[in-house]
Ligand binder design. Structure first.
Ligand code: PHB
Length: 354
């Protein structure tokens, strides 16, 4: 029988009730990095997703890049996440937390005046979101090779904290121009040591991080997100097909539960094309497709086995009951851009159910 969005699927140890994933989305409603009861309500409303992937959670103070994003590295954050996860599990949902280090997509005001860190001292075009409004990105400080073991340790520690909090697993954020993606792509990685230059070298940090996280919590609880054509955050690469084919096969050797691919660009024009089917071919685990899917295209990629699951972002933000609406072909609520980032329950937990 042909599968569709509403077919069950096994993901690692989890038996998921459908193939509709809530994509990670930054909502900036965690003052001082501490998750709130309102966040528990928001995610629990969306627990009919086969899988929820939370907004990015910084893995250390160094990883912060935006106001009021949650952290997943200390005990206070873990106990606050426990409440959120309880709400989701009580509502029947499954949830992975996204492990996030922003690297150069940050600002000294988040770091007591110190520079954000990156593979190389390359200033991204654009502006950081800070507590004092939009401010130009700065030229980051290139991480010394001796510091990279500590970056790996930050991810490993955060993954352990995530399991302690009760998450069903973690997603390593290696997409959208944040730290690990900055290492992958040669527009931002100009290193001349064993972490820069060739594709093998640029992929090294991601592989070390994924290995450490898989060893700490079990590979079947780990996913990785990549974005081969996303120009957002001033990202470029000279040969993304070769790079991301290599990423997919090197990750596959570690047997994580899934590869989550942002298949579109969130900003700017792209002059390169990547054939996502090649990535799927290089990766043995589950493939989650993301980027502008509607009901018909979602069902179609699953039926043709181009993907195992489909992640929906903005449609899930505006429709807590998205799986039911897709199934019944109910009209969708209109998302309100003004309430995406920061604020209170308005535009967060008050979108109506059908
Ligand atoms: C954003 O806050 O705009 C944002 C955060 C994380 C992403 C993409 C966009 O992966």
């Amino acid at each position: 029988m042909k599968q569709d969005l509403f077919s069950e699927i096994q993901l690692g140890e989890l038996a998921l009730s459908n193939r509709i994933v809530m994509a990670p989305m930054t909502r900036n409603r965690a003052p001082n990095g501490i998750p709130t009861a309102l966040m528990g309500e928001y995610y629990a409303q969306r627990a009919t997703a086969g899988l929820i992937i939370t907004e990015g959670a910084q893995i250390s103070p160094q990883g912060v890049g935006y106001p009021a994003t949650p952290g997943i590295y200390n005990d206070e954050q873990v106990s606050a996440w426990q409440q959120v996860i309880d709400d989701i599990h009580t509502a029947g949902g499954a949830v992975f937390v996204q492990l996030w280090h922003c690297g150069r997509i940050s600002h000294p005001s988040f770091h007591d005046g110190a520079l954000p860190v990156a593979p190389s001292a390359v200033q991204p075009a654009g502006q950081a979101v800070t507590y004092a409004g939009m401010q130009d990105f700065v030229t980051p400080r290139a991480l010394a090779i001796e510091e990279l073991a500590n970056i790996v340790e930050q991810y490993r520690h955060a993954a352990e904290m995530a399991i302690k909090a009760g998450f069903d697993g973690v997603e390593i954020h290696s997409a959208n121009g944040y730290l690990l993606d900055q290492f992958l792509r040669d527009g931002s990685n100009r290193r001349t040591d064993s972490y820069g230059g060739s594709i093998e070298h640029r992929v090294r940090l991601l592989i070390e991080v994924t290995t450490a996280v898989c060893n700490a919590i079990g590979a079947n609880k780990v996913g990785v997100r990549i974005s081969p054509v996303n120009a957002f955050n001033d990202m470029q690469d000279s040969d993304p097909q070769a790079l991301f084919n290599h990423v997919a096969s090197a990750l596959s050797a570690l047997s994580p539960a899934y590869l989550h691919v942002v298949e579109v660009t969130m900003a700017g024009a792209i002059d390169t094309e990547v054939d996502m089917a090649q990535l799927r071919h290089h990766f043995d685990g589950r493939y989650i497709a993301n980027g502008g899917y509607d009901r018909a295209r979602g069902n179609s990629v699953i039926a043709t086995e181009a993907a195992d699951m489909v992640a929906y972002g903005v449609p899930f933000l505006a429709n807590p009951d998205l799986p039911n609406r897709l199934k019944q072909e109910t009209k969708l609520n209109t998302p309100d851009q003004a309430t995406f980032y920061g604020g209170d329950a308005h535009g967060y937990t008050d979108y109506p159910f059908a």
